[in-house]
Design a protein around this ligand. Structure first.
Ligand code: CTP
Length: 367
């Protein structure tokens, strides 16, 4: 992979030269490479038109390209797993705080200047003759090597309050504190409730990104310390256990349990698609239940319930030992079946019935 990405970037650089444009690998890729990590997502910033480079990747590598209307932006997926995001160098103007920016074509400097933090503003040329040469116009190397999060300009959080969430996410991920000025601006933006200008969707997207990190707990704690979590859900309860889970879906399910009575409100407030919340509702439903579930709980649900309450007795997680056919075979009819199974479910949940034979005996006593 290491070599492959270099060869591919080199080839794109040669094509850029042929097309008389300039191109750099920027953002997270440049940052991560500086700290010795390779990422498969590469943002490529082009001074000039992006189309010839996108066409080149499609033809040479049989890549799939998804072009977005705005501004020559495209996501190009290569078979080797590389994901290239092409974008034309731009300057941004925020018509009002937290609005999506108006953009105009520009050069590399403006493009780096519009970014969130100095650590994300490093560019690596991919042009022939200066391949992987660093363009460090905003002290990015210092921010990355010393390890701190610093905004590029004082209006950064006002222009784009999603950066408040990004700041705690990167801070937690890399263990880099916020720089002094950035911390002051951060507190000011929270005091002025800048995040409340964002759509719910944008806030939730950032929250989801935090939950996709390995160090979600640390990021949540930091967001909490600054009062940012209230913009996600007032008085959100969370704990370090969430980092023992690896997927966003599981983490959100555990968080939903941690909210107690407010669990369902919390999940609904995130406006997530059904697939993302099925597990939440499965565990929440169980939490409310005072009887054995009719169907076996999914493995994930059992894992999360045990994590939430390690003291939960295993028998409380077992599905009902008998089915309607069993009750029918024992001579129950019509409505009797449902009510008999309900009684059995409660008795089983209370731990009175440990196996199928005991369940059959219990039903017989109800006749
Ligand atoms: N960016 C920004 N402001 C935002 C979002 C993104 O300035 N609100 C810029 C940053 O320079 C960032 C780049 O766009 O590096 C790409 O965004 P994204 O993929 O979200 O960031 P990465 O740094 O690549 O993050 P990750 O490591 O999580 O992939």
């Amino acid at each position: 992979m290491k070599m492959e990405y270099k060869l591919i970037l080199k080839a794109i650089g040669l094509e850029a030269e042929r097309a008389k444009v300039k191109a750099w690998a920027v953002g997270g890729f440049a940052r991560d490479r500086f700290i010795g990590k390779t990422t498969k997502d590469i943002d490529i910033c082009v001074e000039g038109d992006t189309h010839s480079l996108i066409d080149f990747c499609v033809k040479k590598y049989g890549a799939e390209a998804k072009c977005f209307k705005a501004f020559g932006t495209a996501r190009v997926n290569l078979a080797c797993g590389l994901k290239l995001d092409f974008v034309r160098c731009r300057a941004e103007l925020y018509p009002k705080p937290a609005a999506l920016p108006k953009v105009r074509p520009s050069g590399l400097k403006d493009d780096l200047m519009r970014r969130d933090f100095t650590c994300n503003a490093l560019a690596l040329s991919i042009m022939p003759g200066e391949f992987l040469k660093e363009y460090d116009l905003f002290n990015s190397r210092e921010a990355i090597s010393k390890g701190y999060i610093e905004v590029l300009h004082d209006k950064s959080f006002v222009d784009d309050p999603t950066r408040l969430f990004r700041a705690v996410r990167f801070s937690a991920r890399f263990g880099w504190p916020l720089g002094k000025n950035t911390e002051r601006l951060f507190r000011e933006a929270v005091r002025e409730k800048r995040a409340s200008l964002l759509s719910r969707q944008r806030i939730v997207n950032e929250f989801v990104k935090i939950l996709r990190e390995k160090c979600s707990y640390k990021a949540l704690k930091l967001a909490d310390k600054y009062g940012l979590l209230d913009f996600v859900f007032g008085n959100l309860k969370y704990g370090s256990k969430i980092d023992t889970l690896s997927t966003f879906e599981e983490k959100i399910a555990l968080l939903s349990l941690m909210q107690g009575e407010r669990g369902a409100d919390f999940v609904s407030s995130l406006l997530l698609p059904k697939e993302g919340t099925a597990l939440c509702f499965e565990v929440l439903k169980w939490r409310e239940a005072k009887a054995a579930p009719a169907k076996a709980l999914s493995k994930k649900a059992v894992k999360i319930l045990k994590l939430y309450k390690p003291a939960v007795e295993p028998f409380k997680l077992r599905p009902l030992l008998l089915k309607a056919e069993d009750a029918l075979a024992l001579g129950f009819k019509g409505g009797e079946i449902g009510s008999a199974l309900k009684k059995l479910a409660k008795a089983q949940y209370r731990g009175k019935i440990k196996n199928k034979r005991a369940a059959v005996s219990f039903l017989k006593t109800l006749k």
